[in-house]
Design a protein around this ligand. Structure first.
Ligand SMILES: [Zn+2]
Length: 238
């Protein structure tokens, strides 16, 4: 009798697990202040999503660890410059193995001196002006409190599915470098903003999405932002 019960239980557990589609992600912050209560509310609002939260520089130590294997994707909302050479190598290894990444808002200003990071994220916010190949690259700029009309560039993409043109109250960035091989998903004609707001990129076997939104709770609580973020996580996890 006990054996039958146990067999029944194990079949039940196996069946439950095989239908469990929940994704597990690692949310990484640090190096820039933000509204932590309302930021994490966006992740709590997502069904079938489990998340851990790590603050830099701790996250830079886990790319090479066994614990990274439990995450389907990483969401970066940090702004840091320090990373060791072994940590860079582990980060690139992780991408060559296919870890999905979503970068939010100010994470585009991380690792100003790491050239390969530009190829990973697909763009860079330049904290200072500089000269590259005799061309002067201006410093990027930011302006908070803008009502930004957002247009969808690619409506057929899983990340933008079901989203229509919308307005978001946001901080805009201008003079952001974007590499030519990214796939644009959202843009704006706001006069104080760079054109491209959301794009996808690939690196190694990894899918990458950059979402420029996310300055404060005007973004975190915006239903369009939440839908975009949820669909971006889903897409990079595949
Ligand atoms: Zn901001």
């Amino acid at each position: 009798m006990m054996k039958i019960l146990l067999t029944g239980l194990s079949i039940f557990l196996f069946t439950t697990c095989s239908f469990n589609t929940a994704e597990t992600i690692l949310v990484i912050t640090g190096g820039h202040e933000y509204d932590s209560v309302n930021f994490i509310r966006a992740f709590k609002s997502f069904d079938d999503l489990q998340y851990d939260h790590m603050v830099q520089p701790e996250a830079n130590q886990v790319y090479s660890s066994d614990s990274i294997g439990k995450y389907d994707a990483l969401v970066f909302y940090d702004l840091v410059q320090e990373i060791e050479e072994e940590q860079k190598a582990a980060f690139i290894d992780m991408l060559n193995e296919g870890k999905g990444i979503v970068f939010l808002h100010h994470s585009i200003a991380s690792y100003q001196d790491w050239d390969e990071f530009l190829q990973v994220l697909g763009g860079r916010y330049h904290l200072e002006s500089k000269v590259v190949n005799n061309d002067s690259v201006p410093a990027s700029t930011y302006l908070d409190g803008q009502d930004v009309m957002v247009e969808i560039v690619d409506r057929d993409h899983p990340v933008t599915k079901g989203l229509e043109e919308f307005i978001i109250h946001e901080e805009v960035y201008n003079y952001v470098e974007v590499i030519p091989n990214v796939h644009p998903l959202m843009r704006t004609e706001h006069p104080e903003s760079g054109e491209m707001l959301v794009w996808t990129n690939t690196y190694g076997k990894s899918r990458i999405v950059y979402i420029q939104f996310g300055h404060d709770n005007n973004a975190y609580s915006n239903p369009n932002f939440r839908k975009l973020l949820r669909q971006a996580i889903d897409w990079v996890c595949e």
